[in-house]
Ligand binder design. Structure first.
Ligand SMILES: Nc1nc2c(ncn2[C@@H]2O[C@H](COP(=O)(O)OP(=O)(O)OP(=O)(O)O)[C@@H](O)[C@H]2O)c(=O)[nH]1
Ligand SMILES: [K+]
Ligand SMILES: [Mg+2]
Length: 425
């Protein structure tokens, strides 16, 4: 049995297993198995040659935002609106085939915005290649595969009605494609590269077409989830350390309602870990525990952006706008873009630091933009390469200190809108 078949078997078994106290261990074990097979699938195959032309964009600016979404939801239109970069936008799908970077200038920060191909396409290609086993595909749910097949059979490139009852109308491929539109094979394996780029971002903007169903959102979430990207979640607060011997020592500082010592042991055994120290500091689920064992997960804020609200009713706009982590916009009519920027800024959680020279007022026109949690040393490096080595102490005004000003060292953590004066040796 191939890995994909094994995954599908386990998924089926999970689906048909009733969730209750009696099946809890069984389910936990199945989930551990599933995560293991998925990881195997994602390991870069040795035959995979090129890293993907057009995707190796340099990280630049103060932060990076990746635009993820189905084809033709308006990603390129958005990039062209928000930045001085033009990215081709058109009514046919898969207009964008590479990664196009642009820069948003906001509150003195340079935010790199990456326009990417409609993510599903590459994954679809991977699915098509499964036959000859060239590309080890990402796992998908059954419905997902149905969608992909529907979309990419040559016949689906011409307008055709959707088979009744198979899919929501929103996902049917009803648009016609002009002759100059790229053929599906040109996007070979891009879904994987899109995901690789997404992993490097500080925030993901998941762009959705407000006129289409909610299913697009859950499909994308599943796809990102299955490659280890965790959206709007924090890293589980579990201490985990494999050891040489001594068995598994299990402890928790809170009451656990989803995991028990026995379940943790079972999951660990599935990973052939027989000696480890485990401390739950949070009431985590088995999935979260598995994430900790497997590691290499990325935890990323995600903003769901519903575009094309010019096409839907006010009631519908209102409903979408009230969803958590969501913003409604229209690129076509330039609606609500300012609010989106505000939200994006919040999600990026950047820290602006102002510098001040001795005896002078702070320079509020030119902020130093750093990541949350940045230290005085980071500030020094940003000002000048050699500044940290000449550093004697710094005076800081703002919320990070008890007194203003306060004398601090290189390791002091800065907070948003702090003012700093650096004194050299
Ligand atoms: N009505 C309406 N149409 C929009 C809006 N934003 C974009 N469009 C149209 O949607 C179509 C697709 O836009 P693109 O920007 O090419 O979409 P994309 O997500 O980059 O598509 P791919 O690169 O193919 O994945 C174009 O015809 C745009 O003019 C909007 O707010 N309202
Ligand atoms: K398009
Ligand atoms: Mg595009």
């Amino acid at each position: 049995m191939g890995i994909l078949e094994k995954i599908s078997e386990i998924e089926k078994e999970i689906a048909r297993t009733q969730k209750n106290k009696a099946t809890e261990y069984h389910l936990g074990l199945l989930k551990a198995k599933l995560a293991k097979y998925r990881a195997q699938l994602l390991e870069p195959s040795k035959s995979a040659s090129s890293k993907g032309e057009g995707f190796d964009v340099m990280k630049s600016g103060d932060a990076r935002v990746a635009l993820i979404g189905f084809p033709s939801v308006g990603k390129s239109t958005f990039l062209s609106l928000m930045t001085s970069t033009a990215s081709e936008a058109a009514s046919y799908e898969f207009t964008t085939l590479t990664c196009i970077p642009g820069v948003i200038e906001y509150k003195g920060a340079n935010i790199q915005l990456l326009d990417l191909p409609g993510i599903i396409e590459g994954a679809a290609q991977a699915r098509r290649d499964l036959g000859d086993r060239k590309i080890k595909s990402l796992p998908h749910t059954t419905i997902h595969l149905q969608v992909l097949e529907l979309r990419l059979e040559p016949a689906s490139l011409v307008p055709q009605p959707c088979p009744a009852g198979l899919l929501p109308r929103s996902l049917c491929h009803l648009s016609s494609v002009p002759s100059h539109a790229p053929l599906p094979h040109q996007g070979k394996g891009r879904g994987r590269q899109v995901i690789a780029v997404a992993r490097t971002a500080d925030v993901v903007i998941m762009m959705l077409d407000a006129t289409k169903g909610e299913v697009q959102r859950s499909l994308l979430e599943k796809e990102l989830e299955s490659v280890g990207i965790r959206l709007n979640k924090h890293k589980p607060n579990i201490y985990f350390k494999p050891r040489k011997g001594g068995g598994v020592s299990f402890n928790s500082t809170v009451t656990l309602t989803q995991c028990s010592e026995k379940l943790v042991q079972l999951i660990l055994h599935e990973y052939k870990i027989f000696n480890a120290e485990v401390l739950f500091r949070e009431d985590c689920s088995p999935d979260e525990f598995i994430d900790v064992i497997v590691g290499n997960r990325v935890y990323m804020p995600c903003l769901y952006v519903y575009n094309k609200i010019d096409q839907i009713s006010m009631e519908e706009v209102d409903r979408l706008a009230r969803k958590p982590n969501s913003v409604v916009i229209s690129c076509g009519m330039k609606l609500n873009l300012d609010y989106l920027l505000e939200m994006l800024w919040e999600y990026l959680a950047l820290t602006c630091i102002y510098t001040k020279k001795r005896g002078q007022r702070p320079d509020f026109t030119d902020a130093i933009i750093l990541r949350k949690g940045a230290s005085v040393e980071h500030v020094c490096h940003r000002i000048h390469r050699s500044l940290a080595s000449q550093f004697k102490y710094a005076l800081v005004w703002g919320t990070s200190t008890k007194y203003s000003p306060q004398r601090v060292g290189l390791t002091h953590t800065m907070e948003h809108e702090d003012v700093i004066q650096i004194v050299k040796k």
